[in-house]
Design a protein around this ligand. Structure first.
Ligand code: GLU
Length: 423
């Protein structure tokens, strides 16, 4: 609803400027790490099932390759814009730096509505996108992954396209693949699992018992659905969930197994009809989910959901950003005044790219770890990052978002300076 009013790249630049001014970076230091390195835009001709050809617009933005290959997902959505992809690529650079995985930042996007495409059209589009961009991608240059509306099947088609072009088996070119093709244990739930580790740390700090909490989750895709499942298993009460079909509320707790069953029974993965299948009420305005009286609010959908206008009405004690960019800088200030403990996206949802890193490492050595090993590494990486962000924020007397940026910008700046300028 609020999506189009605010330019996410402008918001990202505001976040950067705030942190960079505290770090007292020089103009040259800023010039090296602020703007994206490379922006590619393509028109993709795709053969449709009726024999006609449709042109789809696609983007890949490489924001940074200072600390490692560009890394970040590919989004399929009708509202994709180049500024959105630029913002998402920027957040990836600093997300990878926060958790200390050796990657830069990138993001891809295709303007399309995957629900309107047949499986063959979706495959044709995915392959054409990857083929057009195949000079950019590579295990040592740019490694994509899933994002909004893309999944392990799409990653498999993209990996296959690249491997056919190069005439080699090259699984490390993309992460989030199916297990059968070099995917990693634990990757599908990694974003949500990483968020849960952060929430566990936050509740400990605030003296809250997670088992006594109520939770509202906006979005029921990969991040939101696993967030509901994992927090429910941890004993928290999920009182509201939502997706594009609407928001569903039950103060006594939503039956999460019924929510999954509903999504599976619908033609596409949607909660549509949940209010008829289990006890809950469908909210007349789905945005009201963000304003419910809950302990933990988890935006797990798109950017610009909590803005200047609705931020004063947010009642949650903790906000855990599973989505990228769900809270605008203006809303950040309001939430800070309200003493909301906000776990910022570049920390909170970094579990996804962290297990992507573990997948990439496994692909390169050709040896695969158990689920327990992945879980252990993810927990250790996330909790260390949480503690470092918290300590940075405390010592500079800033909020967790600025703390995360201070930590990450410092790491990227140091790497850029050590590399120097090739000229
Ligand atoms: N799309 C996810 C994100 O925004 C995952 C990126 C990745 O695994 O490279 O963090």
């Amino acid at each position: 609803m609020y999506l189009k009013q605010i330019n996410p790249f402008e918001s990202a630049m505001k976040q950067f400027d705030k942190a960079a001014s505290l770090l007292k970076l020089s103009a040259s230091q800023i010039a090296m790490i602020k703007e994206p390195r490379r922006i590619t835009e393509v028109n993709l001709p795709v053969r449709m099932s009726d024999g006609s050809i449709t042109i789809f617009k696609g983007f890949r933005v490489q924001h940074s390759i200072v600390r490692g290959p560009a890394k970040g997902g590919i989004r399929f959505h009708p509202n994709v814009t180049v500024d959105e992809v630029k913002a998402l690529a920027f957040w990836m650079t600093y997300k990878c730096a926060v958790v200390g995985v050796p990657f830069g930042g990138g993001k891809g996007g295709v303007v399309c509505d995957p629900d309107q495409l047949t499986p063959t059209e979706l495959e044709n589009l995915s392959r054409r996108y990857f083929a057009e961009m195949s000079d950019l991608f590579g295990p040592n240059s740019d490694v994509p992954a899933p994002d909004v509306n893309t999944n392990s099947q799409i990653m498999a088609w993209m990996f296959d396209t690249y491997s056919m072009h190069k005439k080699q088996f090259l699984p490390a070119v993309i992460t989030g693949k199916p297990l059968e093709l070099g995917g990693s244990e634990g990757r599908s739930e990694a974003t949500a699992q990483g968020m849960v580790f952060c929430v566990e740390e936050a509740t400990k700090l605030l003296g809250i018992d997670l088992k006594q909490t109520t939770v509202a989750i906006q979005g029921f895709g990969n991040a939101g659905s696993f967030a509901a499942k994992l927090l429910n298993e941890d004993g928290a009460k999920i009182v509201a969930i939502s997706d594009v079909s609407g928001a569903y509320y039950n103060p006594s707790g939503i039956d999460i197994a019924a929510a999954f069953a509903t999504c599976r029974s619908n033609k596409t993965w949607l909660l549509k009809g949940l209010e008829k299948k289990t006890k809950c009420e469908k909210l007349s305005d789905p945005m009201k989910l963000l304003e419910l009286e809950v302990d933990i609010l988890i935006p797990a959908a798109l950017e610009n959901q909590i803005i200047e206008e609705n931020a004063p009405r947010v009642k949650a004690r903790i906000i855990a950003e599973c989505a990228n960019g769900p809270v605008t800088p203006e809303a950040d200030d309001i939430l800070e005044q309200k003493k909301v403990f906000l776990i910022p996206d570049i920390l909170c949802n970094a579990g996804g790219v962290t297990v992507s890193y573990l997948e990439w490492v496994q692909n390169r050595m050709g040896y695969y770890w158990s689920r327990e090993r992945i879980q252990q590494d993810l927990e250790q990486i996330m909790k260390k990052a949480f503690d470092e962000v918290f300590e940075t924020a405390k010592s500079h007397q800033v909020n967790m978002r600025i703390g995360a940026f201070l930590l990450a910008i410092d790491r990227v700046t140091k790497a850029a300076e050590l590399r120097g300028l090739y000229a």
